[in-house]
Ligand binder design. Structure first.
Ligand SMILES: [Zn+2]
Ligand SMILES: [Zn+2]
Length: 268
């Protein structure tokens, strides 16, 4: 049972090709389940399309849902297409988003922290001139936002859990005072973290999260899912088999995906 819950397409303004191309790529990669999870609009904005290179327009949202549902039906005998979404976690705007999302039949929603301390996580400048103590603070502030995103009850999947390291690879070696607490909360809330193979497209290389976090996630009983975070069709299912084998080596027995917000367990 091969699945990939994290894919984008051209609506977000920084991914290539349309939804159908990602479904076809999934078929070509021998997948059984493909989740479409483009970047949620900024519903809190007064503008229709405040960040055209980051996320789809508000007015595009109903068309996005309708297109995924149409393709779900069209492809149902060949592959299961899931209606998903990736949402930026901004604590102050989540109630508004929750209301909007509740009108649609989502299979799952990925919550991702892309901003921490008012700075984009991938911004290289955020690391300039920091003391070791400040670096630890940045890391723990980011992880604490992930904890809050798990507690807000809106998400099925935590996106790219240690992506703050993307352009600052040595962050993985910085100890965290809050990581274990965050993993405990995620496990209690029965949320999954994804192994996201898009780290290879950034300076840090490899996957999110790093193996030591996966080992601790296993210890706390956190569920695991798979996400390529494909922004081009040829990355759908990228390194799926390597991830499956690594998870087995670490000691996981199963992983999960979501259908109509219900966890589906798949043997590794
Ligand atoms: Zn993106
Ligand atoms: Zn993301």
């Amino acid at each position: 049972m091969k699945f990939d819950l994290h894919t984008h397409h051209d609506r977000c303004g920084h991914a290539e090709s349309g939804i159908r191309d990602y479904i076809e790529a999934a078929l070509g990669a021998g997948m059984n389940v493909i989740g479409i999870s483009d970047h949620s609009p900024y519903f809190e904005s007064t503008e229709d399309h405040p960040n055209p290179r980051t996320a789809m327009a508000k007015s595009e949202f109903p068309r996005y849902i309708a297109e995924v549902l149409r393709l779900k039906e069209e492809y149902k005998d060949r592959i299961e297409v899931l209606l998903g979404l990736e949402t930026d976690y901004f604590p102050e705007h989540m109630e508004l988003h929750r209301k909007v999302y509740s009108q649609y039949p989502f299979d799952y929603i990925i919550g991702s922290v892309h901003w921490s301390g008012g700075i984009k996580i991938f911004d290289r400048k955020r690391w300039k001139g920091l003391t070791p103590e400040q670096i630890t603070e940045h890391k723990d502030q980011y992880l604490d936002l992930i904890r809050q995103s798990a507690e807000c009850g809106m998400f099925d999947v935590i996106g790219h859990m240690d992506a703050l390291k993307a352009n600052y690879p040595s962050l993985s070696q910085v100890p965290s005072k809050v990581l274990d607490e965050v993993l405990k909360v995620i496990a209690e809330r029965r949320i999954a973290i994804e192994v996201n193979t898009s780290g290879k497209t950034k300076e840090c290389g490899g996957w999110y999260p790093a193996d030591d976090i996966l080992e601790r996630a296993l210890y706390y009983g956190v569920g695991i899912t798979f996400g390529s975070d494909a922004h081009r069709p040829d990355r759908v299912g990228d390194e799926w088999e390597q991830v499956r084998l690594r998870l087995k080596e670490i000691g996981f027995k199963e992983w999960v995906f979501f259908r109509r917000r219900q966890k589906q367990i798949v043997t590794l």
